[in-house]
Structure formats: C-alpha cells, structure tokens
Design a protein around this ligand. Structure first.
Ligand code: ATP
Ligand code: MG
Length: 393
C-alpha cells in the first residue's frame, strides 16, 4: 500500500515575497530531519509540501520526526491510488477504515486538479460517500458538522485519499534558520531547554553554551546537559555546544568580591563570555531561561544589571512572563522534563550567598566587580572553551 505525507505549514504563507524562501527552508529542514534514504521526493505545490516515502520506508517513524519540524502545522497521511474511479472507491474506502472507526459522522470533499478526470468534484464526493457508507456500517453523513472530513484529491498522476481525523499536529512556528542564529545559555535545569525550544520555534537557529565548574560540578552533570541538548536537537537539528570551564573564575569571584554580589557578578561574567562566544560563532543574540522574580538574580533590578554585561548583544528571555508550572507543562510536552529533574549540581548553585541582593545598582556592582580583572577571566574562559557537536539520535 503506497502512502504519501501531506505537510501543511502555517505562518510561512503570510510572509509575502519571502514565501518561496521559507518554503525552500522548510523542505531543506524536512529532509534534514528524515533519514536520508527514507524519502523519494519532497516538493511543494499550492501551500502543501508533499513528502513521498521511499519504497519500504518506516512511515510511522517519518511522521514522528516531522512532528518536531518547526513550521509544520499538521501532517496528513494519505493513501495513493491510480486514477481509476473503481479502484479509488474500493481501495480508498478500505484504506479509510481505521480512521473511520474513531468517528460517527463524516462528509467527503473532493478536489480535482486534473480537469480531464471523467468525474467532477460533486460526483467524486457522492460516490466516495456511498463507498465509505457501504464499508463502514456505523457511519452517517453530516454535511454541516461532521466528525471528520474525508478528502479525495485527483492530482496529475495519482489520487490521494485521507481523513482529517488521522492528521497529526506539528509544532507550528517558523522554519529553523529563517530568523538568524542565537546562543542559548544551557544549564541542566528545567527552564533553559524550554527557552531554547521557544526561540527555535520562532525560526532561530541555535547553538549553546554551558558553564561547568569541576570538581564542584560532576562529569555526570555535564553528561546530563549533553543529554538535554540532544533532546533539543530533535527540534532544532544539529548544533554546537560550547563547554566553558568556569571553576577558576568562580573561585576568583568568591575569594575577592563582596558576598552579597557573588551571584550577580558571576551571572555578568557568564553573559560576557557567552556574548563573546556568540559573536565568534555568528550568533546575533543570547537566550536564557530567566523568568521574572523566580530567584534573587531574576528580579527586575538584577536582570537590568545582568543585561548590561551582554553589551550590544540582545538577550532573549522567552520565559520572562511565565509561571513555573507553565514552564513545566512545556518541558513535559517537549520531552526535556524527565532529564531536567535528575539531581545533579549546577555551577550557579555551588557558591550561593546567604543574603543575595535583590535590588542591586549598577554602581555598586561595578565597584564590587572591580576587585577582580574581569577581562582577564573572560578572555581565559573563552580561550579554554571546548565544543561538542550535538545531534539527536
Ligand atoms: P534552569 O532551570 O534552566 O537551570 P534556573 O531557574 O535554575 O534555570 P538559574 O540557575 O538562575 O535559573 O539560571 C538562569 C539562567 O541562566 C538559566 O535558565 C540558563 O539560561 C542560564 N544558566 C544557569 N546556569 C548555567 C550554566 N551552568 N551554563 C549555562 N547557562 C546557565
Ligand atoms: Mg539553573
């Protein structure tokens, strides 16, 4: 039984003159997301992308991967039949059986792009309706509010038959790569993978930076971050993860700066290092998982002070107005939650002041920060940074 995947995309269509570029990007992302030998062809026509599986391909597996490709609103799996009305009715009705078991009412909508086909659209709809009713005795036709629409499309070379009820939702958003590149500050927590997902969904290509402070943070903590990064790569495609050794920097801050400012000076240094790595790797912005008021370092005052350290690199904080339970809901849905809650330490939590400031001023922080040579430590961290290529398995 031959099948084809009809991929419907959303917002791309709104983008006027850029539409063709977005469509090409989506096709390229679809190809990257699928095993190279799984498809015979991927093409777009009239706002639908058609993915033709190769002979013997694992179509279920292909749908699973397409569910994660940004820009896709839904994927419909259709049966492909020769353009012979008897075959379409008989085999088409048979093909629809598993879908139709889930509904009580339906209607048929036929579309005929080949105007030479001997039946017009109303006739195809009528005949197909009859064939489905004969094959599935529990069904009734309802033209105003059917449980599902059965679609028959007569194309140039073949006919497609499918039911809307069998559609699978995609993630929506914009195709990855349609909106520049940004660098995600990725910890092992719940928030930052969600932040990366949300920006990638808006078309941003990401890379990531992780700060590790061995031996205060373990090898296993780093492995956990790599695991999270790989889950994210299922949506974003392959990217680089920069691992920054941050122990000496944290010790220098701890030993020289006023205790109540430790966290903020450390956050500022992270921003400075990340901004530098971003520029080196062609990123236009930073992404963090900060959410207003979540902890002392995420008050409005604290974020203003943190932001300043990123200089001319904008900081995207897609979770800024979200509550923790809303963030958790997304984390569960995208599959990062279970890994995020594994109990390993993060560099941000190894030297925490007992009474961190929640209303810092720039003047005071700069004064505290002047106790160490920021530029020296930033340059050293950038120099010693290693990177790994992250790919979803
Ligand atoms: P998360 O759940 O992502 O760890 P959080 O609520 O624990 O976030 P913080 O630890 O204060 O909050 O960190 C705020 C943000 O700073 C994170 O969302 C992440 O973007 C960044 N961050 C924190 N620790 C690291 C790290 N070790 N490496 C890279 N970025 C980090
Ligand atoms: Mg954290």
């Amino acid at each position: 039984m031959k099948e084809i995947l009809l991929v419907k995309y959303g917002e791309i269509i709104l983008k006027g003159l850029n539409r063709r570029r977005f469509e090409e990007l989506l096709i390229s992302n679809i190809k990257k997301a699928l095993p190279p030998d799984s498809y015979a062809d991927v093409r777009t026509s009239q706002a639908i992308t058609y993915v033709e599986p190769a002979e013997g391909a694992d179509v279920d597996g292909m749908v699973e991967r397409l569910k994660k490709v940004f820009g896709i609103v839904f994927i419909a799996r259709a049966g492909v039949f020769p353009k012979d009305m008897d075959v379409i009715l008989r085999e088409g009705a048979e093909y629809l059986v598993p879908s139709m078991e889930r509904v009580a009412t339906f209607k048929v909508e036929a579309k005929r792009s080949d105007k030479k086909f001997p039946f017009d659209s109303p006739a195809i709809s009528r005949e197909m309706g009859g064939a489905v009713l004969r094959r599935c005795r529990h069904l009734k036709v309802n033209v105003t509010a059917p449980d599902t629409v059965v679609r028959v499309e007569i194309r140039d070379k073949e006919a497609y038959v499918y039911a809307d009820v069998a559609r699978v939702s995609g993630p929506g958003g914009m195709p990855t790569g349609s909106n520049g590149r940004a660098t995600l500050l990725l910890s092992g927590g719940i928030d930052s993978p969600v932040a990366g997902y949300m920006m990638a969904k808006r078309g941003v290509e990401i890379n990531a930076v992780h700060f590790a402070s061995p031996p205060y943070t373990s090898e296993r903590a780093k492995e956990k971050v790599i695991d999270l990064a790989k889950i994210l790569a299922g949506y974003t495609g392959k990217y680089s993860l920069y691992v920054v050794p941050f122990t000496e920097q944290q010790l220098a801050i701890r030993d020289n700066c006023p205790e109540e400012h430790l966290t903020l000076i450390m956050r500022r240094m992270m921003m400075m290092i990340a901004a530098r790595l971003a520029k080196r790797s062609g990123s236009l912005a930073l992404i963090t998982g900060e959410s207003l008021g979540q902890v002392a370092s995420q008050t409005t005052h604290a974020l203003a002070v943190t932001d300043e350290a990123a200089g001319d690199v904008p900081v995207f904080r897609p979770l800024i107005g979200m509550d923790k339970d809303e963030i958790v809901t997304v984390a569960r849905r995208i599959g990062t939650f279970e890994t995020s809650i594994l109990p390993y330490e993060d560099c941000c939590t190894v030297f925490v002041p007992k009474h961190p400031t929640t209303k810092p001023t720039m003047d005071k922080i700069l004064k505290s920060q002047s106790k160490i040579d920021m530029e020296y430590w930033v340059a050293k961290a950038v120099e010693e940074t290693e990177w790994v290529v992250i790919e979803n398995e």
